[in-house]
Design a protein around this ligand. Structure first.
Ligand code: GDP
Length: 173
């Protein structure tokens, strides 16, 4: 659906019917993207160290299309929820403290084989083990401050995309 039609519907018909149509279009778009998207976050260290532009260039050069993107900052509750799978791990508090320590860039990226290809592009969790030329190899500081997040499965990509973005935040181009 075009942006102008979308704004026409929301401005002229700001009612239950309009909301319903937008929800249906959003669901159709997300169905088409299943298996082709990943969610990334450029983490607070990389944002503070001025790496947003270089990291986005690496992402574009690797063939990923940015479908939705924003600069934002996680609250403690946000970070605890996003990383709830790690709640029992010894590094959980450090992870939450770090992820809430400054702004991040969240984005949904589209490409065939998105999950696997993006994990290859970012490199191993510990930057000391990340392959030469990967984003973590080039820009990460430590295992906590490891520059970037990438979803680890198609299912988690859908959940993480919905965590950060609403249907209207996605663009086709
Ligand atoms: P990822 O998918 O490569 O980001 O790794 P995980 O999902 O396993 O972990 C989430 C984040 O927790 C990682 O990106 C690290 O920042 C952090 N983390 C993971 N393992 C460790 C660890 O053993 N020690 C510490 N300090 N942080 C860790």
């Amino acid at each position: 659906m075009s942006k102008s039609l979308k704004s026409h519907i929301s401005i002229k018909h700001n009612n239950f019917f309009a909301t319903k149509i937008l929800t249906i279009f959003a669901a159709q778009k997300s169905e088409k993207m299943a298996g082709k998207i990943t969610l990334t976050m450029i983490k607070p260290d990389a944002v503070k160290n001025g790496h947003i532009g270089n990291i986005l260039a690496d992402i574009n050069n690797a063939g990923f299309k940015i479908k939705a993107m924003k600069l934002t900052q996680l609250s403690t509750a946000d970070a605890e929820s996003f990383y709830s799978v790690h709640r029992e791990r010894p590094f959980f508090r450090d992870l939450v403290d770090f992820m809430t320590s400054g702004p991040i860039v969240a984005a949904v990226l589209e490409k065939d084989n998105a999950i696997e290809d993006f994990r290859k592009l970012i490199g191993a969790t510990n930057p000391q083990e990340a392959a030469e030329g990967t984003i973590r190899n080039k820009y990460a500081v430590s295992i906590d401050a490891n520059a970037i997040h990438g979803s680890d499965s198609d299912e988690n990509a859908q959940i993480e995309a919905a965590f950060h973005f609403a249907g209207r935040d996605f663009y086709n181009y």
